[in-house]
Design a protein around this ligand. Structure first.
Ligand code: CO
Length: 273
């Protein structure tokens, strides 16, 4: 337990886990896994949650499940007597959600009372090392399920934010581990059409389709794997590919969660100094 500068009052440390959020019950498995891994890494330190997506918080509130925004959670933690809060971004890339969160955290760092130190941990993919580690973990998870003629295709979210470059970037790291692996996005670049071009160029017929998303939520279940005509599965099948889908968010894998935990450990360490 850290002691304050004057030594008279012990610091009270807390962790705030921040995700985009999901209204899908299937997403809970990933959130539960993150919480369990965090508890194991930081025994005795209270864990709070916040969702950045207002639309999802509203939807859940209608079902009686109240989830805080990051600002609401930080205000609550101040009221609950926490003096040091490590905020961990559970986003995949440092996109607009992460940058908005950074502003919220900065605002709380300047509050006159309550929390004296609040710091933000990096999202899943930040450094080159993060990319290498995630590529290794995911190729380990999926390579056994692939034969030589098969490709692993990820569905990432994609963004209009300049950090969209992480998706083609991550594909480079993935291909170092597993040459027939591709990253497409729902809302950014590369698109599915770019991935299909590559698959056809390499004469690939079979595809293992998996989310590059924290949870198996709306995008994975509707836009990726479904029989809706515009899902990735339907489009690929229409083009003659044999498609196998993975309905698992990457946060369901402990080795993936460990990358976030590593970032959280760096933040906790920085707060102690
Ligand atoms: Co979306």
């Amino acid at each position: 337990m850290a002691v304050s500068a004057k030594g008279e009052k012990p610091e009270k440390q807390g962790i705030l886990l921040v995700t985009f959020g999901s209204s899908y019950p299937e997403a809970q498995a990933a959130f539960d896994n993150i919480e369990a891994e965090t508890r194991e890494a930081f025994p005795g330190i209270p864990i709070y949650w916040a969702y950045t997506a207002k639309m999802i918080r509203k939807k859940l509130a209608k079902r009686g499940k109240i989830i805080d925004s990051p600002a609401e959670a930080l205000a609550k933690m101040g009221e609950d007597g926490f003096t040091q809060v490590a905020v961990q971004s559970l986003h995949v890339i440092p996109g607009s959600e992460y940058h908005d969160l950074m502003q919220t955290v900065d605002a709380f760092a300047g509050m006159p009372k309550g929390i004296t130190k609040v710091m933000l941990g990096k999202p899943l993919l930040f450094s080159s090392d993060d990319n290498i580690e995630l590529a290794k973990v995911l190729s380990n998870k999926y390579s056994a399920q692939l034969n030589k003629k098969e490709a692993l295709v990820f569905m990432g979210h994609g963004t209009h934010h300049s950090s969209n470059i992480y998706y083609p970037g991550f594909q480079y790291y993935m291909q170092k581990q597993l040459s027939n692996s591709f990253v497409g996005t729902v809302e950014g670049y590369p698109a599915l059409s770019d991935v299909i071009e590559e698959l056809e160029r390499k004469h690939i017929k079979d595809v293992l389709l998996a989310p590059l998303m924290t949870v198996c939520g709306d995008h994975a279940q509707n836009d990726m794997a479904s029989d809706e005509p515009d899902s990735w599965q339907s489009i690929l099948e229409e083009k003659g590919f044999k498609v196998t889908t993975v309905l698992k968010g990457i946060a369901e894998y402990d080795d993936v969660v460990n990358i976030w935990i590593k970032h959280l450990k760096e933040t906790m360490h920085a707060m102690d100094n």
